[in-house]
Design a protein around this ligand. Structure first.
Ligand code: C5P
Length: 227
């Protein structure tokens, strides 16, 4: 069967990356987590003092964009590509609540988006790719052969993110995580440039009541009918 492009979009913590990794491993495709790229730019901005919870020097971040180099390196121990910022593996640093609290404001900046979208399109030009994010089916790969839009109830999503952070030993409260998921959804759907919307030709999957395996089988069937 021919190699295709699979675009997975949806709200925060809908399990996009879990599904995308499963698919990529099964199909022998490359997986790209575009959220990690926005998080890495945010981490860079935080390290340099360009953004805090109540301050954002957009101009300086925009001027620094040429000095931000991102790449992924496949780690066989974890089975996916980990993100590197200017040569440093920042896979763990970008998953904190602090980065989550700032990332959606960074992702609103058009200059940030166009830089990352260009790199994403370059990574996907040979097809055989599964990419997850917010604008993959609408902006990055509008011609993707298969587009999935994932959703789940707010409580389900907040619970998942909470469990994930706790399992990594982070001290967070459920309320804090719920608030962050809600805030990111709001900013991501209301921003001017590339807001989160379901592409017209995307297939919506609500996995509030599906387990991982059921969801995977459902999407594999879709892949079989497309490729
Ligand atoms: O996927 P993840 O939740 O890690 O993404 C973090 C944030 O990055 C999102 O809340 C969103 O603001 C931004 N993002 C985006 N476009 C993408 C991927 C992520 O704006 N394609």
């Amino acid at each position: 069967s021919k190699k295709i492009t699979i675009a997975i979009d949806g709200f925060s913590s809908t399990g996009k990356s879990t599904l995308a990794k499963q698919l990529a491993n099964h199909l022998g495709y490359v997986y790209v987590d575009t959220g990690a790229m926005y998080r890495a730019v945010t981490y860079f901005a935080m390290q340099n003092g360009y953004i805090t919870s109540d301050y954002f020097d957009k101009e300086t971040l925009i001027n620094s964009l040429p000095f931000i180099k991102l790449h992924f390196e496949f780690n066989p121990k974890v089975g996916f590509g980990e993100i590197f910022l200017n040569g440093e593996n920042v896979e763990n640093q970008i998953r904190t609540m602090e980065v989550s609290g700032n990332v959606s404001r960074v992702a609103e900046v058009s200059e940030v988006r166009s830089k990352l979208v260009e790199q994403q399109q370059e990574m996907g030009k040979e097809k055989g790719i599964v990419m997850d994010g917010r604008d993959i089916g609408t902006v990055v790969f509008p011609d993707a052969e298969l587009k999935i839009f994932m959703n789940a109830s707010l409580e389900t999503r907040a619970q998942r993110r909470f469990d994930e952070l706790r399992s990594k030993g982070q001290e967070v409260s459920f309320e804090e995580v719920l608030k962050n998921v809600q805030e990111r959804d709001y900013i991501d759907t209301h921003r001017e440039d590339s807001p989160l919307v379901k592409a017209k030709d995307a297939i919506e999957i609500d996995n509030s009541n599906l387990d991982r395996e059921q969801q995977f089988q459902k999407v594999l069937q879709l892949v079989d009918t497309t490729s």
